[in-house]
Design a protein around this ligand. Sequence first.
Ligand code: ZN
Length: 485
Amino acid sequence: MTIKAVSVLRSVLLVAVSTILSAQLIAQEQDARLPYQYPPKLIAELKQIHNAALTSDYAYVQLAHLCNNIGPRLSGSPQAEHAVQYVAAEMRRLGLDVRLEKVMVPHWVRGAETAELVQFSGQAPGTTQKIVLTALGGSVATPAQGLTAEVVVADSFEHLATLGREKVAGKIILFNVRFDKQKAAQGLALDAYGEAVVYRGIGANAAAKLGAIGALVRSVGGADYRLPHTGGLGYANDAPKIPAGAVAAEDADLIAYLTAQGPVRMHLTLTPQTLPDVESHNVIADIKGSEHPEEVIIVSGHLDSWDLGTGAIDDGAGVVVAMQTAQLIKRLGLRPKRTIRVIAWMNEENGLMGGRTYAEDHKSELSHHVAAIESDLGAGHPTGFSAHASSRAFEMLRAVSTILQTSGAGIVRQTQNAEGADVFPLDAAGVPTLAPIQDNRTYFNYHHTAADTLDKVVPRELAENAAVTAVLAYAIANMPDRLPR
Ligand SMILES: [Zn+2]
């Protein structure tokens, strides 16, 4: 035989062997060309979970306790730690295998936060104008008696660069970038948020590089009730840390109006403190899988919240929906084949230390993490779920939508990015991530404000969210085949 013939024969043999192998695989895993089928027993169980979720008030009762009895749960606070103990006790009461995993978290405490315009065009003698604002999480303080400086408005980072050091040094910069309410009304609230939140995140650093002594951002949110929206900021090492806050949208408009007429001076007082890091915890609660206990499906939300409101939509709702997934499985006497792991993450809001620490501590087990679900966009009516997963995994999840569509949640959307901040490090390690798709048209009206309270959650819609998460988690736990990557 010639060398070429040998090589042809070898290829033919290889094709034959791989055909046999893939035929075996297909026999085991079902034909990839056909819609993926769930066994009738699994479908019946999923319907049972779906119906039970929709008629249960468990999630709402838990949310009421977290918000009204425990209260705001900022990382490092006594309430955050009490919430950890509460969720752990509740999961133990349901019979789950519970442990607390240590997470070191920042301990930032809000102080006084006031501002007034002390000089502006047309001012009535001897008067000032109050500005409604709140400190951004992680902000450094002004002197205790406050600082007074001219306010300069920047409409964008490009505009800031045009102003240059000459017009920025020694001033307070206001980034007056609108949250696009029209976009939010069209169902693209997260995109609207993404466009504006960058100024909250790095605006102070950009202003400080040009010598500013304070940075304000127009609140990143959609409401018209003179509510300031807090949120984390990030300082970088290439500029001094300067005090930073968010002003209500109405006050941003006021400042823009007055600065167009002449110089405006502000007296700004922010006295937050950053205390030493505190030991806190992720709550980890398992229902062990009966056949593949090492294979893990995470259902999660973040337990910490900002301090202004009581963290109902952000993200008590996500935590209680995950808790209810466990409660339903236990109540219905079901047994997942793979392990369902409820996680109440700590410190999503101002550090993401819970998600990062988990990914690091469980690094060697991540190849067995089948999927991670996180709900962190409120509790509005879910229209379905989204997944950052391979196309084959996505196809295997489609059957779930036939059950969920009876509660109006039949949409299945494949996304390009991780679903949820806490599960981002898992996503980066290749774990498929999923989330319910909520109606979030009004979510950013309350997000990170004093108005993030229990009344913003509609009990029926919360139950619908629990239904989506529980059905999804149980389906992945009990599919005949492991969800591929
Ligand atoms: Zn959140």
